[in-house]
Design a protein around this ligand. Sequence first.
Ligand SMILES: NC(=O)c1ccc[n+]([C@@H]2O[C@H](COP(=O)([O-])OP(=O)(O)OC[C@H]3O[C@@H](n4cnc5c(N)ncnc54)[C@H](OP(=O)(O)O)[C@@H]3O)[C@@H](O)[C@H]2O)c1
Length: 255
Amino acid sequence: MTRFAWHPKFGIYQKYCVVIVDGTIAIPESFSFDQAATLPLAYLTAALGLYTSMQLPLPLDAAGKVTPSITGETLLVWGGSSSVGALAVQLGVISGFRVISTASPRNFEYVKSLGAEKVLDYRDADIVDQIKALAPGLRYAYDAISENGSIEATFSALDHPAAEVVLVLPFSGAVPGSTRTHYNLAGGIYGPGHEAALSSLIPLWDALMRQGKVIPNPVKVMPNGLNSIDEGFDLMRQGKVSGVKLVYHPQETRI
Ligand SMILES: NC(=O)c1ccc[n+]([C@@H]2O[C@H](COP(=O)([O-])OP(=O)(O)OC[C@H]3O[C@@H](n4cnc5c(N)ncnc54)[C@H](OP(=O)(O)O)[C@@H]3O)[C@@H](O)[C@H]2O)c1
């Protein structure tokens, strides 16, 4: 048998691909395919960090109803306007956290619409002090950016003897003694040894979608399918992808 992901039929950049059935859910009628396409990577990255790495309780009751499971805690989501950050904000709120986040001012209202109580400008020189004033004794953080100083700023904002932060990129720098860091590759969930994560996070995703709890990322559909991939990467390199997910229709590629 071909190992998962070693054969092109499992790959992306194509209209149809083969997936393992335990890793899929039905798309509710209320979602377009473009909207649904924004969710798997962002959802799994956010959910793995919160529920598998941090081992927070799933926000699901015994009957499968989405129900908050955390009380009296604040979650900092650094980069709430990114695709992963938008899902971390939403999952944090759904779990019962009071969520505070960072973004550019043009995306403040967007991140608030996802449920964040307060959104701060990450470019402010006193950003750490602003977070500390809003969330003294902060224990939990999700750094959805994990570069350009966000990790160090997040460490500085935490103030708890058992602080925990999820990172989305590998980090080899110094970690404060009181802080535990977590890092996962979302795609790893489909590999051997991750059956437990898959069997809890996929039913949660299904429940969230069916019960109308998840807002997909705003979508920007790129023209001419795969012909626009380079343009999309250029936009990302230039920091021009802000609060949206680029979506490509491979079947529209001009050969
Ligand atoms: N570990 C995994 O499995 C995994 C999976 C998926 C993604 N990732 C990683 O997660 C990161 C985010 O990916 P994504 O697809 O969610 O990104 P994205 O949506 O393309 O990110 C764009 C957003 O990032 C925000 N941003 C950029 N620099 C920031 C900073 N210093 N502080 C706060 N916000 C900042 C921008 O906010 P404003 O426009 O508001 O300024 C923009 O809205 C990437 O590094 C990606 O490689 C990891």
